[in-house]
Design a protein around this ligand. Sequence first.
Ligand SMILES: *Cc1c(COP(=O)(O)O)cnc(C)c1O
Length: 449
Amino acid sequence: MTTKFILPESDIPTHWYNVVADLPAPPPPPLGPDGKPVGLEALSAIFPPALIEQEVSAERWIAIPDEVREIYRLWRPAPLHRAHRLEAALKTPAKIYFKNEAVSPAGSHKPNTSIPQAWYNREAGIRRLTTETGAGQWGCSLALAGQLLGVEVRVYMVKVSYGQKPYRRSLMQTWGAEVFASPTQLTNAGRQILAKDPDTPGSLGIAISEAVEEAAGRADTNYALGSVLNHVMLHQTIIGQEAKKQMAMAGDYPDAVFGCCGGGSNFAGIAFPYFADKAAGKAVRLVAVEPTSCPTLTRGVYAYDYGDATGLTPLLKMHTLGHDFVPPGIHAGGLRYHGASPLVSQLVDAGLVEAVAIPQLETFEAGVLFARTEGIVPAPESTHAIAATIRAAKECAKSGEPQVLLVNLSGHGHFDMSSYDRYFAGELKDFHYPEEAIAESLKHLPKVG
Ligand SMILES: *Cc1c(COP(=O)(O)O)cnc(C)c1O
């Protein structure tokens, strides 16, 4: 009874898979404030040419630079596990497999993209990168990449998280990054907000504004984003490519593939390589899982909206709850985003990817069961995907059908134990976002066309 399916380092993928090549229609382009497609030069103030090219590419396969593959060797290929003990606990005939992205140094899938992003920037002569971070997972991943590739990293960390997640801050500093509690006095955006509200807890939107402003204003500095954009989805497809080989080693093919969805990158990472099969006629369900408190894919609209809170970014066609939607402070910080990847959104809109929303308490219940059976404490984000998988496994227990279920474990929860504490203390609640609140923030969508 094999538990872990391990690939040799020589099986680290040599190419990223670009789902654009298999989409039923070309992706709608990003638009500028005038409603016209943005020129690529508009992006060149903050991104290097190679990443802009990837952002708009329709090539099916894009080669991974050798030095990036060398660094991937530090933790890749990531293991695929058969969750025998979870299956037994659920008394299900389903076979449950999970891809373990928690094994990266930062503890999540995010270094799969932070490493190539830092590499392409360094190749373009960029010395410094700025970014924002909420709970700190992306900041840590970029700090790690900067350290390994000799690029300075400055992180604007949302002020409340800076106080609540001190160990993520120290991890970023250990990897040599500068970390500031945002808003800061270092940028116009930060100074303006502090002048109005000196005690603001900060927000991801504000932190993005600060990081982008600094990158746009300095020739030696670019900006890096941890999810949402096409090139990020692209980099994450190494997850699904490895998983396909490992599932073949196990002699199984999934009936359904599950990933949690914040900006969409870990879901895309595991699901897009299977979408290539689906586009070729194979039956496989691809399920993106989000919180009921931030129901972007299940209750948002598919429309053009800004990527940030203040309207600095180009307009992206995506599922959105409105750029000024403020999700409640749930304990899966990585899933609190008003929008979603345009590529994932397009597939949901076309009915080729399913979306499901799960309430917070069910996700923690799933996380605890997973920790007590499989041993790994999942990140609160990952517990969403696990909860959806458990739902499916329970269905199989009822129907007697031995389905094959594959879930992406996007990260571990070692820095999120205070959330587990609050769950155990009975302090967490379910939150179903009220229809009126969604309708209200959707009123502020930018007018296009
Ligand atoms: C950031 C993060 C997520 C959410 O981001 P996606 O781009 O949707 O993958 C999910 N899980 C973990 C562990 C994360 O760090």
